[in-house]
Design a protein around this ligand. Structure first.
Ligand SMILES: Nc1ncnc2c1ncn2[C@@H]1O[C@H](COP(=O)(O)OP(=O)(O)O)[C@@H](O)[C@H]1O
Ligand SMILES: [Mg+2]
Length: 310
């Protein structure tokens, strides 16, 4: 993937962001200090961008009982990592993202961003979901500008960022269009531009492409991978589609059905860019699916049991 030569907006791609916080650690030291380095490699201490430490979360069900949605989840996400989370319907994927976004409080455990506890929503994290939440009364440009207005970004900078991010998602020509005039894929790209324009460190994506046709989804995978690679953001992407997770992720975390726990993690070491149809993507997805099958069955059994009760 080559960098886009049109990228003029300077603060969007901070140097060293993709490689973590220690990229320039020895900068500015006198040349002589180089000779004093120990001969063994120095272990990189990278503070996780997001860390979940023994998180549990229970909801109060309508019956009054408590429903344990997440059970003792510990997980670390590195700066610039593309992490995918898969699991059957009802396993707590959305709950987990809401928790990281600061929208749901955990019952116990800690959520840390850059090592600091999360106590509520913050502009460093942004949630993108399938319904998108775009405003039909605003133009494409107005939608992208909206989040920045909320953050009190000045007018000149807003203008610069609108132009930059619309170019990044190839929608410059549609700046004055309204949302109903766009295709599903274009709307997704507006939502991405709007999210990125607020300069979040972490993108939390909740099954964003689930309702799109296969061709549009494939294009958006390419776009998202390019945006991720060019902007260095950390992405936590939830999907129930295992192939999509393997197509996109550096790592795939598999959750159990209720209560949601981490069942297994898979590192995806396949070269990028990948395609959903690739044989090695299909093979890796097959391994993940083997592990997921039990959980899907439990999810279906629970759904049918609920049905019998009614
Ligand atoms: N606000 C809520 N109140 C009560 N129960 C909820 C609430 N939100 C989700 N749940 C329950 O928590 C479990 C996990 O839900 P969710 O996180 O939406 O799962 P997923 O996104 O994996 O499908 C489900 O059993 C769901 O019914
Ligand atoms: Mg969900």
């Amino acid at each position: 993937m080559s960098a886009n030569p049109q990228n003029a907006y300077p603060s969007a791609v901070p140097v060293g962001r993709r490689t973590g916080v220690r990229a320039n650690v020895f900068q500015g030291k006198p040349a002589s200090s180089v000779t004093t380095f120990p001969s063994h490699p120095i272990a990189e201490v990278v503070v996780p961008k997001v860390a979940l430490d023994a998180i549990s979360l229970s909801y109060k069900a309508t019956s009054g009982e408590r429903l344990l949605a997440l059970d003792n989840i510990s997980l670390e996400v590195k700066p610039g990592e593309f992490l995918c989370i898969v699991g059957p319907s009802g396993c707590g994927k959305s709950t987990l993202l809401h928790l990281i976004a600061g929208l749901n409080p955990q019952t116990s455990g800690k959520v840390l961003v850059d090592g600091a506890p999360v106590s509520g929503p913050g502009t460093d994290r942004i949630l993108i979901f399938q319904e998108l939440g775009l405003f039909p009364w605003l133009t494409v440009g107005g939608n992208v500008e909206f989040g920045m207005k909320m953050k009190n970004v000045g007018k000149a900078e807003r203008e610069e960022r609108v132009q930059y991010y619309l170019r990044l998602v190839h929608l410059s020509k549609f700046r004055d269009s309204y949302i109903h005039q766009l295709s599903g894929g274009m709307r997704q790209r507006v939502a991405l531009a709007r999210a990125l324009a607020t300069d979040p460190d972490v993108l939390l994506m909740d099954e964003p492409f689930a309702a799109l046709d296969a061709q549009t989804r494939d294009l958006l995978h390419d776009e998202l991978e390019r945006l991720w690679s060019e902007t260095g953001r950390t992405i936590i992407f939830v999907t129930h589609n295992v192939r999509e997770a393997v197509r996109l992720g550096d790592r795939v975390v598999l959750m159990t059905f209720r209560p949601g726990r981490v069942k297994q993690e898979f590192s995806v070491n396949l070269p990028r860019p990948r395609q959903m149809e690739q044989a090695d993507v299909a093979r890796t997805a097959g391994d993940v699916l083997d592990c997921l099958r039990d959980e899907i069955n439990k999810s279906l059994e629970a759904e049918y049991a609920d049905e019998k009760i009614r």
